[in-house]
Design a protein around this ligand. Structure first.
Ligand code: PMP
Length: 390
């Protein structure tokens, strides 16, 4: 096992060593660690619904009614009535015929892509797509063509020049997880139609965030019905765990029979499914949640921009601050932690070398006072590190 020691030493040498934090959550936006309270600016809990009373009560009631675990895969013994309810409500929310829940967003991407594409097919994938999409492409054993990030012109070129005897599948994050920018679906969909390609969009960071009522990227662009596969997660704005796929009923039927990550894994626990359904219902009745999230993100972004910190004008809840080298990102994240803030330092291999960054995520549950104080700390740390334009 000597290789483990060597590999770990190499990871440490490159400043890429990571450890699992020891957080003790207090509420939707605060955690304790080592007896100290921190403001969380790195969670995907976009709407703060993890701690919503109705969501927590639904989870508890489901555990009491149906048990703690599901005991089997959906196709064998693990289904329970809460799944049908959630899938019906997800389909209604997305405006599709049907929906299917997977155990994680990761498993949804891996299962769907490998079920829809295989040898002889071509997958066109944005270069900044999430790791779960990349892994799904690898598992599919189809030809994979990577197009430049959010570059519909390059995608058009790739479509025109790549011979394909089977199916074409274009897959993209809706909201990109590291930069928070939105895929140009309004340009991608017409191209897909011209080349008879399927379009799959990953709405992990778009669900509950963009589009009317938080309905995601296709809705954001008014493209309902023209995106074949709308994937998303239950693990971010929807405050639980799991992934979903929404689309035509035949697509869902096909995935039930073909997606191996769906078939060969134990179904989600009743409490998780009930929590996601309750969160979806909160989203439907509290239209102010999405507005508050986006207004909070705009507020923090504006404070940082005004102070000379370069943050992109993305209209989502993800705020990247490009720092450069991995060490600098870690130093800045540490200094912010000393000030009581938790932000993520994102380093290679998640982002390319030289593009290490802090990644802030805003929640609807943050108060303006908290965000203003956080901005002041970030600006001060940025000045010390020399990443603020004077
Ligand atoms: N897609 C994207 C774009 C993501 O950011 C993530 C998770 N960070 C996933 C898929 C995977 O979702 P999950 O965490 O539910 O497995």
């Amino acid at each position: 096992m000597q290789f483990l020691t060597e590999a770990l030493a190499a990871i440490k040498r490159h400043g890429l060593y990571r450890q699992i934090p020891d957080y003790d959550p207090v509420d939707a936006t605060h955690v304790m660690e080592g007896g100290r309270r921190y403001l969380m600016l790195a969670s995907n809990n976009y709407l703060g619904l993890t701690h919503d009373p109705a969501v927590r009560e639904a989870a508890a009631a489901a555990a009491l009614r149906y048990g703690a675990g599901s005991g089997g895969a959906r196709l064998t013994t693990g289904s329970h009535p809460l799944f049908a309810e959630l899938e019906r409500e997800l389909a209604a929310f997305k405006g599709t015929e049907a929906a299917l829940v997977f155990n994680t967003g990761y498993m949804a991407n891996v299962g769907v892509i490998s079920a829809l594409a295989g040898p002889g097919d071509v997958i066109f994938s944005d270069e900044l797509n999430h790791a779960s999409i990349i892994d799904g492409c690898r598992l599919a054993r189809a030809k994979v063509v990577i197009y430049r990030h959010a570059d519909a012109g390059h995608l058009a070129e790739c479509l025109a020049t790549t011979p394909c005897t089977g199916r074409r599948l274009i897959v993209t994050d809706g909201v990109f997880s590291m930069d928070g920018d939105i895929a140009p679906l309004d340009q991608i969909v017409p191209l897909a139609e011209r080349y008879d390609a399927l379009v799959m969009v990953d709405d992990a960071h778009a669900t509950g965030v963009i589009g009317p009522g938080g309905r995601g990227t296709a809705a954001h662009f008014g493209l309902k019905g023209r995106v074949h596969i709308e994937m998303g997660t239950l693990s971010k704005a929807l405050a639980a765990e799991g992934g979903y796929v929404a689309g035509r009923r035949e697509l869902i039927d096909y995935l039930v029979n073909k997606a191996r990550s769906f078939i060969f894994s134990t179904a989600l626990a009743p409490a998780t499914v009930a929590a996601a359904t309750a969160a979806l219902r909160q989203l439907a009745v509290r239209s102010d949640l999405v507005e508050r999230l986006l207004a909070n993100a705009r507020f923090l972004r504006d404070r940082l921009n005004e102070a000379g910190i370069d943050v992109a004008a993305s209209p989502t809840a993800i705020i990247p601050i490009i720092v450069g080298e991995a060490d600098a990102a870690v130093t800045m994240a540490r200094s912010l932690k000393q000030a009581g803030l938790i932000v993520s330092a994102i380093r290679p291999p998640t982002v390319p070398p030289g593009a290490s960054r802090l990644r802030l995520t805003v929640s609807a549950a943050h108060s303006r006072e908290e965000l203003a104080a956080a901005a002041a700390h970030i600006i001060a740390a940025g000045r010390r590190l020399g990443i603020v334009k004077e």
